[in-house]
Design a binder for this molecule. Structure first.
Ligand code: AMP
Ligand code: MG
Length: 329
């Protein structure tokens, strides 16, 4: 009898009596980007309910913050620029408030009012020549986060000048990834990944109980992994879409605008930020692009719990103080 008991104990510990964890995932287009949502759970019904709830959450956020959807609250704020404050949901109000905080810590490198430049630069290959300097200067003069006026008591947003716009291209996917993770966790998913085109949050472990790993692409050959990062309850966000840039006079302009000049940034191919919250990671990855290698790393090195990997135009790799790379590929 005693022997049998011991055997049972060993079997249950070896997982033979437990149900197997399984990976379930869905790839789809949300917020104009490729999302991959993964839930690891022994019950496929639980996994799929959570995946679908995560998707619904991202769609809900998109309807609130999209500046392309004429029915969103963001679009109404833009329509009323220079005219009237617009009352918005607390959620949008808070997102704008956090975006302004990032503008403050980056000295304006990150600025959601960059969006007044939206129609001037195109990064889809359709631009054949530089826009003229006057057009750039006029649009750039409208970028200024100090002119996004928030009224806490009324919960309103006013863009002070006519022609001002805001856009959440550099922070929205990270925010949506975090919210989708929260919804999935509340439905019992202890292990999962939300990957929004390179804005990734992973929690728990994979189906074999191992830590998730993310490969950082080698800039010289993006099919190859340069380094593996272990992601244990953290997020890894990369800015620097290898396909979205324009070339003028042999110079590569990224799809990120320097608010000080109105011109796209140069010098950096990609920035990866590693930190717990994907919204912060998203905003900082864009900010470091604008700040450049030296100022960008200086900022990151001051922020506790934030690490950074930069690939320059010359394919040099620069990292923040506490990041060690694991080149086992
Ligand atoms: P990401 O891929 O997260 O770096 O976001 C890039 C997107 O952020 C761009 O496609 C724009 O929509 C937006 N953006 C560009 N420049 C800025 C900036 N200086 N501050 C905030 N958002 C920006
Ligand atoms: Mg970003």
């Amino acid at each position: 009898m005693k022997r049998l008991l011991i055997l049972m104990l060993i079997l249950s510990q070896s997982g033979l009596f437990a149900q197997q964890l399984e990976r379930h995932n869905k790839v789809l287009k949300l917020m104009g980007s490729r999302f991959e949502i993964t839930a690891i759970h022994e019950d496929s019904q639980v996994a799929w309910d959570a995946i679908n709830a995560g998707i619904a959450e991202i769609q809900r956020i998109e309807r609130l913050i999209s500046s392309w959807d004429p029915n969103s609250q963001t679009s109404e704020v833009i329509r009323q620029a220079g005219m009237a404050p617009v009352q918005v949901d607390q959620e949008l109000f808070d997102l704008i408030k956090r975006a302004i905080q990032i503008s403050k810590i980056t000295d304006g490198a990150f600025d959601i009012s960059y969006a007044s430049m939206d129609r001037i630069w195109k990064f889809d290959g359709s631009m054949k020549e530089m826009p003229d300097a006057e057009t750039v200067a006029l649009a750039a003069s409208r970028i200024d986060y100090h002119k996004i006026i928030l009224n806490e008591a009324e919960r309103t947003v006013l863009l002070k000048d006519k022609g001002m716009k805001i856009g959440f291209g550099a922070i929205g996917k990270g925010y949506a990834a975090q919210k989708a993770k929260e919804v999935m966790s509340s439905l019992g998913i202890k292990n999962g990944v939300v990957n929004a085109s390179g804005d990734l949050i992973a929690w728990g472990h994979d189906e074999r109980g191992q830590v998730f790993e993310v490969g950082i692409a080698d800039p010289k050959n993006i099919q190859q992994v340069l380094s593996w990062l272990q992601v244990e309850n953290t997020s890894v966000v990369t800015s620097g879409d290898y396909e979205r840039y324009v070339m003028f006079d042999n110079k590569r302009y990224a799809h990120i605008i320097d608010p000080r000049t109105g011109y796209p940034t140069t010098g950096i191919k990609s920035v990866t930020i590693i930190t717990a919250n994907p919204e912060l990671a998203d905003a900082l990855s864009t900010s470091v692009f604008v700040l450049g290698v030296d100022q960008g790393l200086e900022l990151v090195n001051q922020l506790p719990g934030v690490e950074c990997l930069i690939i320059t135009d010359q394919d040099q790799i620069k990292t923040s103080q506490n990041l060690t790379l694991n080149n086992k590929s």
